[in-house]
Design a protein around this ligand. Structure first.
Ligand SMILES: CC(C)(COP(=O)(O)OP(=O)(O)OC[C@H]1O[C@@H](n2cnc3c(N)ncnc32)[C@H](O)[C@@H]1OP(=O)(O)O)[C@@H](O)C(=O)NCCC(=O)NCCS
Length: 166
C-alpha cells in the first residue's frame, strides 16, 4: 500500500505515559525484541517465519540496519514506564520512496493509537529527508493493519501472492 507524502499525514502525538526513543545502534536488540513480541502468533509470522522467531527478528534488524537506505529518521521505539511497547523501521528504496519495514505494538497496548502514531512518526521522517511517497507491504488477511493503513490514507498499489506452508 502507498501514500503520497505531499498531503496530510497522521499525527505522531502519543497518549500520556508514552514517549519516543530515536534510533541508536545500541537499540538494535531492543527493536528486535519488541518486533518479536508484536509478531509472535500473528498472521504475518505465518507468511514471514523470521518474524515469529527471536533470532529471525534479530537477523531482520541487522539486515534493515545494513541497508544503504536505512533511515534513522523513520525508525523509532515507543517507551512506557514498563519498557518498550512499539517499534517501526524505515528505509529509502529506489524511486526514491520511503519503505516502512515493520510496525508493531505489543498486544496489551493495542487500540490506544500507538500504531497510528508509529506510522505518523515514520512518515514524518520520510518527509523530513525529502521523500515524496512511502509504501509498505501488508498481508491481506491482517484486517487490523489493513484498516489502519486505509484510515491513514494508504491505498493499494500492487498485489503479491506468496505460498505459505501450513
Ligand atoms: C497493526 C498494529 C500495529 C496496530 O496497532 P494499534 O496500536 O492497535 O493501532 P491503533 O490503536 O493506532 O489503531 C488505529 C486504527 O487501527 C485499526 N485497528 C486497530 N486494531 C484493530 C482491530 N483489532 N480490528 C480492526 N481494526 C483495528 C482501527 O482503524 C484503528 O482506528 P480507530 O482507533 O479509529 O478505530 C497492531 O495491531 C500490531 O502490532 N499487530 C501485529 C503486528 C502487525 O501485524 N503489524 C503490521 C504488519 S504490516
Amino acid at each position: 500500500m502507498e501514500i503520497d507524502l505531499g498531503g496530510i499525514i497522521p499525527s505522531s502525538r502519543l497518549p500520556e505515559g508514552f514517549s519516543w526513543v530515536p534510533w541508536h545502534d545500541s537499540l538494535i536488540d531492543d527493536h528486535a525484541a519488541v518486533k518479536y513480541k508484536c509478531f509472535a502468533g500473528e498472521i504475518d509470522a505465518a507468511v514471514f517465519p523470521a518474524l515469529g522467531d527471536p533470532h529471525g527478528c534479530r537477523r531482520l534488524m541487522f539486515e534493515i540496519r545494513r541497508k544503504p537506505g536505512f533511515l534513522p529518521e523513520a525508525t523509532w521505539l515507543i517507551a512506557s514506564s514498563s519498557g518498550y511497547v512499539g517499534t517501526v523501521q524505515g528505509v529509502m528504496d529506489k524511486g526514491p520512496i520511503g519503505a516502512i519495514q515493520n510496525v508493531g505494538v505489543l498486544p496489551e497496548y493495542r487500540g490506544r493509537g500507538l500504531g497510528r502514531a508509529l506510522l505518523g512518526r515514520a512518515l514524518e521522517g520520510f518527509r523530513r529527508v525529502g521523500l515524496p511517497r512511502a509504501y509498505l507491504e501488508v498481508t491481506a488477511e491482517n484486517a487490523a493493519a489493513v484498516k489502519l493503513y486505509r484510515d491513514l490514507g494508504f491505498h493499494r498499489s500492487k498485489t503479491l501472492y506468496k505460498a505459505v506452508a501450513l
